[in-house]
Design a binder for this molecule. Structure first.
Ligand code: ADP
Length: 162
């Protein structure tokens, strides 16, 4: 049984994340979405809320689970018997950062592979930050995030209609 971990902040989970996740479930028997507890970064949604939202969005996917984690991704992978880390690549701007992280992870745990999936064209400019920015100013984010996330953004920014 092959298990992959898809780590990230997911603050909040977007259609870009969903696209990468769905494609990775075709490659692995099980995918664990690992929601990062950020010691330094301030997130709009707390980690428990992010886990709750993503669990709801992915409720019909049998080979996916959602958990929070803090610490090193490679340690989390070992605890879960996972052989791979999934990451998404959008523009060239993602490359430097992802190269650093994957090189460090390789040094720490050479047996764990980082698998990069290229973003689908329609999501290549989509980020959690962009979705939050649009929602904050009352814009329509229905093409960017799942309905549950849209509702949570509306609540978070105190608006009845986006
Ligand atoms: P992190 O803080 O770890 O970068 P994110 O939630 O921003 O967490 O992203 C998690 C992963 O999903 C990263 O690999 C990121 O590149 C990828 N990702 C984010 N948005 C998209 C998108 N629109 N298309 C493809 N991959 C994406």
């Amino acid at each position: 049984m092959t298990i992959a971990v898809y780590p990230g902040s997911f603050d909040p989970f977007t259609f870009g994340h969903l696209d990468i996740l769905e494609r990775s479930t075709k490659l692995f028997d099980q995918v664990i979405v690992a929601v990062l507890v950020h010691p330094t970064k301030t997130c709009l949604f707390g980690v428990d809320k992010r886990v709750e939202i993503i669990t709801d969005v992915l409720r019909n996917k049998p080979n996916v689970s959602v958990e929070n984690f803090n610490g090193l991704v490679v340690d989390f992978c070992k605890q879960r018997n996972s052989c791979a880390i999934i990451r998404g690549l959008r523009a060239v701007s993602d490359y430097d950062y992802e190269l650093q992280i994957s090189s460090i992870n390789k040094q720490l745990s050479p047996e764990i592979e980082t698998i990069f999936l290229m973003s689908s064209m329609q999501y290549s400019f989509l980020s959690s930050s962009i979705a939050k920015e649009i929602a904050k100013y009352g814009g329509d984010v229905s093409a960017l995030v799942p309905p549950r996330v849209e509702a949570e953004l509306r609540k978070a920014y105190g608006k009845r209609e986006l």
